[in-house]
Design a binder for this molecule. Structure first.
Ligand SMILES: O=C(O)CC[C@@H](O)C(=O)O
Ligand SMILES: [Zn+2]
Length: 448
């Protein structure tokens, strides 16, 4: 069928390489099914013939999980982009896996709802890919993880079996919760073809405060104070260091409305009553200013300024890619330890790194440590790894908070999971995909 299968090397180029251009496969075939039945046919065929398959959504992942490593057949969800149903009473959306996150959000906004997750890649990432990586994003603090908001999944297993667990129930304790196995499994256990997801009401009032803090302990205290004073209307608490701001200014030409702070925080409130929310935010800001937690700040209530301020945070990843070769770490740690890793790494690497920056979802204890260099260097990588993973393990953190392990981090899984857990994961994999055709070389370490 025209447009549904492609073997043209030129056209395949962008599907073979990840967004960061750091993992490149050499697949010779791209398939674009439209339905679960077609995915089932493809997988049944591949299973019978031992052909490996690399499922791909919007290809925005950061750990090389969505591209082939060798010549795996690329199974793209690009044409599985239909909304199946939306119930405005329950707020439950059912859609195919290839729907673009931003498009779903637009559809919902017209109906007075929003998606429970939001990320910088919303313009191209697919909801199926989001679920397969268990993406966190900017509002996890408020709406929780996909493990709570995804109510059901339709998944095609390696042998082509269609598993219809597309329930739209808030409560369902009937047997094991199988969908959880596929959330965050990065396409290694099955191909997600449709999603049922619980969506919150679109908030009537949104406010954003962009603040400057003199040190990281003040950033932390700003968070605890703000959580206590804003309570249920707090919808995001993000932080970034001054280096991040320098890079978005330098590489993207964005302008920082504040100056001279070592740290910046973005605090968003989402509620149903603008005067009530503004009153709460103002009394928090007054308290934060008078107690010296915050030294400078600006507040946005109109859409345009809100978007401009958010882009300072959302576009850091893009600015980093323009700074040179990037080494990325997506770490969960106790909030008190979050920035020590950045300081430590900066001192350790000295002049051998161009920039060492820290930012992320402070409210979720999730640090994005990024290190840039003029060009790739093996000795720099050796200075970073496994040091960064040992550091994380020492504080019982996670070496993959929200990006997944993909191809790049799979060999380091043992820093965050005991051998028994990894062994059990391998048994699940062997049971569900005995021939190992689904997204091979990803997530789990290769056996010794
Ligand atoms: O590029 C990164 O390290 C983080 C990307 C993304 O998770 C973000 O929060 O902006
Ligand atoms: Zn993030």
């Amino acid at each position: 069928m025209p447009g549904r299968a492609c073997s043209d090397p030129e056209e395949l180029k962008s599907f073979n390489v990840d967004w960061l251009k750091s993992v490149r496969g050499c697949s010779e075939l791209l398939l674009k099914p439209k339905t679960a039945a077609e995915v089932s046919q493809i997988l049944r065929y591949c299973h019978e013939r031992n052909l490996a398959v690399s499922p791909q959504g919007g290809n925005t992942g950061l750990v090389g999980g969505s591209v082939p490593v060798f010549d795996e057949i690329i199974l793209s969800t690009a044409l599985m982009n239909q909304i199946i149903s939306f119930d405005p009473v329950s707020g439950i959306l059912v859609c195919q896996a290839g729907c673009i996150l931003g498009k779903l959000n637009e559809y919902l906004e017209e109906r007075g709802f929003i998606m429970p997750l939001d990320l910088g890649a919303k313009g191209s990432c697919h909801i199926g890919g989001n679920v397969a990586t268990n993406a966190g994003g900017l509002r996890l603090l408020r709406y929780g993880s996909l493990r709570g908001t995804v109510l059901g999944l339709e998944v095609v297993l390696a042998d082509g079996t269609v598993l219809d667990c597309l329930a739209s129930l808030r409560k369902d304790n009937t047997g094991y919760d199988l969908k959880q196995l596929f959330i965050g499994s990065e396409g290694t256990l099955g191909v997600i073809t449709a999603v049922s997801i619980l969506c919150p009401q679109k908030p009537k009032a949104v406010n954003l405060a962009f603040l400057g803090c003199q040190d990281f302990s003040r950033v932390q205290e700003t968070f605890t104070t703000c959580r206590a004073m804003l309570g249920e209307i707090l919808s995001a608490f993000e932080f970034m260091d001054e280096k991040c701001m320098e890079l978005v200014e330098k590489h993207l030409g964005l302008s920082n409305p504040l100056r001279g702070s070592p740290f910046y925080v973005l605090i968003e409130t989402s509620g149903s009553n603008s005067s009530h929310d503004e009153e709460k935010l103002n009394s928090f800001l007054e308290q934060a200013m008078t107690s010296g937690l915050v030294t400078d700040g600006t507040v946005a209530v109109d859409d345009k300024k809100i978007k401009t301020l958010w882009s300072l945070r959302e576009r850091i990843t893009e600015a980093l890619t323009r700074d040179g070769c990037v080494y990325k770490y997506d770490i969960s740690l106790p909030v008190g330890k979050l920035y020590d890793l950045v300081t430590d790494m900066r001192a350790r690497l000295g002049q051998s790194a161009k920039n060492v920056v820290g930012y992320g979802h402070l409210g979720d204890g999730n640090l994005h440590l990024n290190i840039t260099a003029e060009s790739y260097s093996h000795s720099l990588l050796d200075a970073i790894e496994p040091y960064v993973y040992e550091w994380t393990a020492r504080y019982n953190g996670s070496i993959s908070a929200e990006h997944g392990l993909g191809f790049k981090k799979k060999q380091f899984i043992q820093y965050s999971k005991p051998n028994e857990a990894v062994f059990l994961m391998q048994r699940f994999k062997a049971m569900l995909d005995p021939k190992g055709i689904l997204n091979p070389y990803k997530t789990l370490p290769s056996s010794p």
